[in-house]
Design a protein around this ligand. Structure first.
Ligand SMILES: Cc1cc2nc3c(=O)[nH]c(=O)nc-3n(C[C@H](O)[C@H](O)[C@H](O)COP(=O)(O)OP(=O)(O)OC[C@H]3O[C@@H](n4cnc5c(N)ncnc54)[C@H](O)[C@@H]3O)c2cc1C
Ligand SMILES: NC(=O)c1ccc[n+]([C@@H]2O[C@H](COP(=O)([O-])OP(=O)(O)OC[C@H]3O[C@@H](n4cnc5c(N)ncnc54)[C@H](OP(=O)(O)O)[C@@H]3O)[C@@H](O)[C@H]2O)c1
Length: 247
């Protein structure tokens, strides 16, 4: 069971309708970039907790999460109603193996996200590890609408630190927008459009791919990657892709 600590909402940002990030005042145990905590509220006498990836890098004081309000969901409509000063429960210890800890160094790290899965990569990218293990990092954010493209300032900071070693590619599936690719990540992989935009090719020899977010995107992307010879990474059997499913 989770070892809960009380936290206070320190800041809430609404990025678009139903799309939020939240920072908490709370003292948690040290974690590795890529891990998640549980956030809970007591609802009708029951503690309702859900996992959320940490957006902040290790060592940064306030834990931060990025989430959307699912109208029919038990937790998120209530979570998104909280204001600074309100209390929540947080698991003291982070969990999860969606980290770079055991991944083999390679030429290019590909980070593929749908929706709020962007957040986990913002934690990883603000540590030294990807920049020590890979020559280049390509981050792809797949969203429905232009208003779902968020955290522009944080992405600009990463560009400022790492220059041409970092490529950010927004992909919008339900509208066309300047500078963004049009379509789903999976279709853009199959057509070669994604790699053409990145100026790099995904191969088992020189790539590691992380997939996070929508389970259907992950399932279809896995099939595409496996058809190109990439294998799932395991701690004791190194491969070229790792996954974390949110829904
Ligand atoms: C390891 C892990 C890490 C996660 N990290 C995050 C995170 O950083 N940010 C985040 O927003 N969610 C994350 N999730 C999902 C999160 O835990 C909740 O499920 C989500 O916030 C909805 O909670 P809920 O109680 O309102 O509804 P739930 O009862 O949990 O879900 C209701 C329905 O909403 C859909 N759904 C759930 N999550 C999402 C989502 N993120 N986007 C779109 N549809 C969704 C599913 O179809 C689900 O059946 C993570 C899940 C896991 C397993
Ligand atoms: N702004 C927000 O993010 C927001 C705000 C309020 C509420 N919500 C709620 O959150 C839920 C959806 O959130 P979301 O838009 O972040 O997540 P999502 O439905 O997972 O969509 C994110 C991206 O993943 C794509 N995708 C879906 N299935 C795929 C597949 N099989 N292969 C490849 N790509 C795939 C989507 O493309 P398609 O467009 O083709 O599906 C979209 O580009 C809904 O319940 C919504 O009501 C979201």
């Amino acid at each position: 069971m989770s070892d809960w600590v009380k936290g206070r909402v320190a800041a809430k940002q609404q990025w678009a309708e139903g799309l939020y990030s939240m920072r908490f005042e709370a003292t948690l145990e040290p974690f590795s970039a890529g891990q998640y905590i549980k956030v809970a509220m007591d609802i009708d006498g029951e503690r309702v907790g859900r996992p959320y990836s940490l957006v902040n890098p290790p060592g940064q004081a306030e834990p931060e999460i990025y989430f959307n309000a699912i109208p029919e969901g038990p937790l998120t409509p209530r979570l998104s109603d909280l204001e600074p000063g309100d209390t929540v429960w947080l698991s003291a210890r982070a969990s999860g193996i969606f980290t770079l800890d055991t991944v083999q160094p390679a030429k290019t790290l590909w980070l593929l996200a749908t929706g709020t899965a962007l957040g986990v990569y913002l934690s990883i990218l603000r540590t030294a590890t990807p920049w020590e293990q890979f020559e280049r990092v390509v981050l792809v954010h797949g969203v429905r609408q232009p208003s779902d493209l968020t955290y522009g300032d944080t992405l600009a900071e990463i560009v400022a630190h790492h220059g041409e070693r970092f490529t950010f590619i927004p992909a919008i599936s339900r509208a066309e927008a300047p500078d963004a690719l049009y379509g789903r990540i999976t279709d853009l992989l199959v057509s070669g459009t994604l790699e053409a935009r990145a100026g790099a090719t995904i191969t088992p020899e020189d790539s590691h791919v992380m997939l996070c977010g929508n389970s259907a995107m992950i399932k279809e992307s896995k099939a595409i990657l496996e058809s190109r010879g990439l294998e799932r990474h395991r701690r004791h059997a190194p491969g070229q892709y790792t996954t974390e499913q949110y829904h």
